[in-house]
Design a protein around this ligand. Structure first.
Ligand code: PLP
Length: 377
């Protein structure tokens, strides 16, 4: 077997994968219309449902070829009835993306802007819902990957349902990481992408949703040709495959990723990600870094640290030093403040984080950044 260099990706996806997942893509050439491949698709769909404890009679996994944003587009453009509105609970960059989707399609929507450094306030959402009877969709992001904030989806889902609205959650950065039970969490539609929680390859994304609601959406205005949820769903039921060419090899990798997910186990996997998150948070705190979000408000996946006020701080140089040694860190800007992110996604564990901090400290030292790092106020 060829040796593949192992990189530790601390960026918010794609994540570090196992070699067995990488190599699962190397398969004999196959036409995706063959029954053998349809069988692989079925396995992947069944596994995707099982991750969120979804009853296959009630819920369906609908696959798309594209990065995670395709799901946001699909869910919003496909699930809004004529004359109704979307309520986007917006406390971060990914929810802002949903607002942009609504804007691009010219769909009526409310952009409920909330503070981005803490979980969404349920009472604000309640007031907004009660004041507008035309809201048919409540949309939120589970873990705002830009900051790491966790939103209380179970409570917000209950509220949406009380008001007769459909609840759509962007779970791209929590699915197959933080345990989710689609029904108990009051979710009608959730979404994810193969390069995140299931630690597979980019290019495959999926929406998991309530079948009867998908079937109802058949009558809704069609706003996109390629990205229509009902069309893709119906085609999969009739033919067992995606409407257009699927990312064949990526689907083999996803099947392997799911296999390894169930081998590791929901709880053990989440425990691992969470201990990595805590090690990242602790390690940065020890160096004096200030975090943008309090630990208890985080989803346990992303640590966003503010750039220190030090003339020698040079993110690019620090990044390059780490990158050359196999560790990828990620910049980000929120509310005009410079910050960087370290994430606990992927096939990594504590030993990787220990090794990372050795390299990171060395980088600070090489750049002449004083430790503990300092802030002006
Ligand atoms: C990664 C991610 C996406 C998808 O982003 P792409 O760049 O399109 O893959 C969507 N939502 C959240 C919350 C994410 O973390």
């Amino acid at each position: 077997m060829t040796q593949i260099k192992r990189n530790v990706l601390l960026n918010p996806g794609p994540a570090t994968t196992t070699d067995s997942v990488k190599l699962a893509q190397v398969v004999p050439d196959i036409c995706p219309r063959e029954e053998e491949f349809v069988g692989v698709m079925r396995e992947v769909e069944a596994g995707l449902l099982k991750v969120v404890h979804a009853d296959p009679v009630k819920y369906a996994a609908v696959l798309f070829c594209g990065s995670g944003t395709i799901n946001i587009d699909v869910c919003l453009n496909s699930l809004l009835p004529e004359g109704k509105k979307v309520l986007v609970v917006n406390n971060g960059a990914y929810s802002s993306r949903a607002v942009e989707v609504c804007t691009y399609y010219g769909m009526p929507h409310i952009d409920l802007k909330l503070p981005i450094d803490r979980p969404a306030d349920i009472e604000e959402i309640r007031r907004t819902l009660e004041a507008d009877r035309d809201i048919a969709i409540v949309y939120i992001t589970h873990n705002e990957t830009g900051t790491g904030v966790l939103n209380p989806i179970r409570e917000i889902g209950a509220l949406a349902h009380e008001q007769g609205a459909v609840f759509i959650v962007d779970t791209t950065s929590t699915y197959a990481i933080r345990p989710i039970d689609i029904e108990a969490d009051n979710v009608d539609f959730l979404m994810a992408s193969a390069q995140k929680g299931i630690m597979a390859m980019t290019g495959l994304s999926y929406v998991i949703g309530n079948r009867s609601l998908i079937e109802k959406s058949r009558e809704y205005p069609k706003r996109s040709y390629y990205c229509n949820l009902y069309m893709q769903y119906e085609y999969a039921i009739e033919h067992g495959e995606m409407h257009f060419t699927p990312p064949v090899q990526v689907i083999y990798a996803a099947r392997q990723g799911l296999k390894e997910y169930f081998e590791e186990g929901e709880t053990a996997k989440w425990d691992r990600h969470f201990r990595v998150f805590n090690a990242l948070y602790d390690g940065l705190e020890e160096l004096g870094f200030r975090m943008f979000v309090k630990r208890e408000d985080c989803a346990g996946l992303v640590v966003a640290a503010l750039y220190p006020d030090d003339d020698n701080w040079d993110f690019k140089r620090i990044h390059d030093h780490c990158y050359d040694r196999g560790f990828t860190i990620y910049p980000g800007k929120v509310e005009k403040r410079g910050m960087f992110r370290l994430c606990s996604l992927g096939a990594i564990d504590l030993s990787d984080i220990e090794a990372f901090f050795e390299v990171f400290k060395e980088a600070l030292n090489v750049c002449g950044v004083s430790v503990p790092v300092a802030y002006k106020e």
